[in-house]
Write a protein that binds this ligand. Sequence first.
Ligand code: ATP
Ligand code: MG
Length: 412
Amino acid sequence: MQYSKLFTKTKKKTPKDELTKNAQLLIRAGFVNKLMAGVYSYLPLGLRVLRKIENIIREEMNNIGGQEVFLPALQPAENWKQTRGWNNIDVLFKIKSRTKKDYALGLSHEEVITPLVKEYVNSYKDLPVFVYQIQEKYRDELRAKSGVLRGKEFGMKDLYSFHLNQKDFEIFYEQAKKAYLKVFQRCGLTAKVTEASGGSFSEKISYEFMVLTDAGEDDILYCNSCEYCINLDIAKFKKGAGCPRCKKGRLNLARASEVGNVFDLGQKYTKDFEFYILDDKGKKVYPIMGCYGIGTTRLVGVIVEKYNDEKGIIWPKSVAPFGVHLINLDGVNGKKIYDALEKEGIEVLWDDREEVNAGEKFSDADLIGIPVRLVVSKKSGSKIEWKERSKAKTELLDLNELINRLRIYASL
Ligand code: ATP
Ligand code: MG
């Protein structure tokens, strides 16, 4: 893509009303734009990052048997009354139509997916079922001040699983947890599997996937010796206590952001919607349900919180909007290099702006944070200058060396 054609521009000033790094950098670099508190537009650069994250998630959900759907955000009040969410969930957005009908804006999709799956699943032979979607959710959040980490409208991947019995559910639950860790790792993040309360409907524990960051809104206790991790909200322990699991380590306190979670919903929703099947002995069974969420737009923000310096964002290459940021200076034309790289299937943001000086081009490249910067100039002669965003070193390569280097770099 040619930078001169990109309709967005970087901003020099940090937005005054944004307190978090993620919002400050994403807005300044032109990835997102704030419409109002907790509601952001995704601009061409930001959408490319979001789509890459979504595709990583999609691949990992497909790998564990997930089937993708796309469910309505506008939902009938009746379904929410059936689960008692209508009167009990304070963040539910409610809408009245001109014909005085009540609707909800989906904050989650159990109320849609349960009656939907019920329509197609008649026998125990039809189970298990794993369905997911990647879609916007709406929540009337009060504390929308963490940038894209907490939105009133935000992106989520939500998967729902339906099982004949608890044992079958547990097997899939473990697979889903592993797939989640893979998703976060592919996005450049280390997530801690954290025990938490099961929410309003369940006494069971759930698992949250927490990434350590001061911008997060959760406090967690984690063992310095084993994998044990628990949300402070529910924890019976205090900072510095001995680890209840390995008995060797101590519990450290840290701030974290929840990038995903998995819940054992039991039969709550299948009973609410009278969704039962007959098992192989002809006995009536309400399927066991699990739900599995990942905050897609929150992930964009958490990645920025983890990967930045005083100059801007430093995207992990798996989610970077482009693979390379090509700059031409001194009237040297970058088109030949641009075309050659595009031909190789490399995603290039080419800063072809003529009226902009070198300093500005470099500071924009640092702010936008594409992992590799290439410069062609009088100084580089027939070669191309290579610099990684996270490193200070520069090197001169010819076109063949460059293409080989990029192939190796992409596969690392
Ligand atoms: P939180 O504890 O942060 O309020 P939650 O426990 O309500 O989140 P879920 O309803 O299970 O979360 O949603 C699944 C995922 O969606 C969360 O793990 C989080 O990553 C993301 N998420 C939840 N609420 C928001 C929000 N308001 N803005 C952005 N992402 C969110
Ligand atoms: Mg939570």
